[in-house]
Design a protein around this ligand. Structure first.
Ligand code: TXA
Ligand code: MG
Length: 346
């Protein structure tokens, strides 16, 4: 491990160097269309172990394996479910991760000892070029320190992992900004983590799609990976306001917190700028409420920015009345970042 990651440009030479590093068992952070990933050769257990060390990630949280071609699935999965070709034809390359029964070839460290493996074909051209050049499956979680917001720009990767990884491909901002939808195909298809590929979209292809209720408290001992509520946590406390009267409640809450002398960070929609004008606090505009893709893209960067301003508390209201589509994924991330600190204003 080098003390500084070698920052590579997203040029053919940069991608070649990164691919060679992956093949040699080194750690490479790279952009995907969702968030930056921290990659290692998925079939090299020692290399994958390095990911857990660099991220300070607990060993019981399994990784997603990234591929560039459907034919790579045969080596990773013991049996390919019948729906996979249909899902792949529609959503790959893209922000959909599929959980299937794993093959013997996948090291236990990748699957955290489970008998399943999560696989995704990312759509970002740099990620696809890298995977093609490396020509090995690449295990990659989000390239943040454990429990920090996922990195949506290479600067975020440096903030968290400088000195802890070997290479970083600097690809600028990631277009989606929230992690992929995780769909478990080992039983009734079940969304384990909502993302840009929504339940509604999956129902175009699958007759039934269940949704796992996440957000367990730390002490509830998760029965499945990724269910810990503590996640994406800023250093500041984050309070999420939901319900019909959430904007008024958010305003009152901001006023109260400012009055007690707290440094307040506010995340708001563009249409609410006037309503919140005049409050003595740091404000971040997430985007237009009518464009939730924009909100998703800006969300993690806004949380990181407010944290850097050393605010004591970050206040945010949910972005729509009844979450659907991308709003479901945004609410999921906000709820986790709030670690259960939720206020209902009806
Ligand atoms: O968009 C993404 O998915 C990004 C980019 C880099 O591809 N990756 C990502 O990885 O978000 P990570 O490790 O931060 O999140 C992976 C999620 C976790 O919630 C993990 O528990 C779940 O996928 N997961 C991985 N393998 C699993 C398995 N075998 N069964 C159930 N859940 C699994
Ligand atoms: Mg992550």
């Amino acid at each position: 491990m080098t003390t500084r990651p070698n920052v590579l440009p997203p040029t053919p030479q940069g991608i070649q160097s990164a691919a060679q590093a992956l093949r040699a068992g080194l750690l490479v952070a790279f952009p995907t269309e969702t968030v930056y990933g921290l990659g290692a050769h998925a079939l090299d257990a020692e290399a994958v172990q390095g990911i857990f060390i660099a991220k300070k990630r607990p060993a019981n949280d399994p990784l997603i394996v990234h591929i560039h071609d459907l034919s790579q699935l045969d080596a990773l999965v013991s049996q390919i479910p019948a729906v996979v070709p249909l899902l792949a034809a529609r959503f790959w390359a893209g922000a959909l991760t599929l959980v299937m029964k794993k093959s013997e070839a996948v090291p236990d460290v990748v699957s955290a000892g489970l008998d399943t493996v999560a696989v995704r074909m990312p759509a970002h051209p740099i990620a696809l070029d890298l995977l093609r050049a490396a020509d090995v499956p690449v295990a990659a979680p989000s390239a943040n320190l454990f429990s920090r917001p996922s990195p949506t720009h290479h600067d975020h990767v440096l903030q968290d992992l400088q000195g802890r990884i070997d290479y970083l491909i600097a690809g600028g901002a990631t277009p989606i900004g929230l992690e992929s939808t995780v769909l478990d195909l080992t039983g009734i298809p079940t969304i384990l983590r909502p993302g840009a590929i929504t339940r509604e979209m999956l129902l175009d292809i699958l007759p039934r799609v269940d949704v796992r209720q996440a957000h367990l408290k730390d002490d509830q001992n998760p029965t499945a990976p990724g269910m810990l509520e503590k996640h994406y946590s800023p250093d500041a406390d984050l309070i999420l306001v939901v319900g019909k009267n959430r904007r008024d409640a958010l305003y009152d809450l901001a006023q109260q917190q400012i009055a007690t002398g707290k440094r307040v960070g506010l995340m708001i929609l563009a249409e609410d700028v006037e309503r919140f004008a005049g409050l003595d606090c740091q404000q971040m505009i997430l985007g237009q409420g009518g464009n939730l893709a924009e909100v998703a893209k800006n969300l993690f960067a806004a949380i990181r920015f407010l944290d850097q301003q050393s605010v004591d508390v970050i206040l945010v209201a949910h972005v729509e009345d009844t979450p659907s589509g991308m709003g479901t994924a945004i609410l999921d991330r906000l709820t986790r970042a709030a670690e259960g600190h939720l206020i209902e204003a009806n």
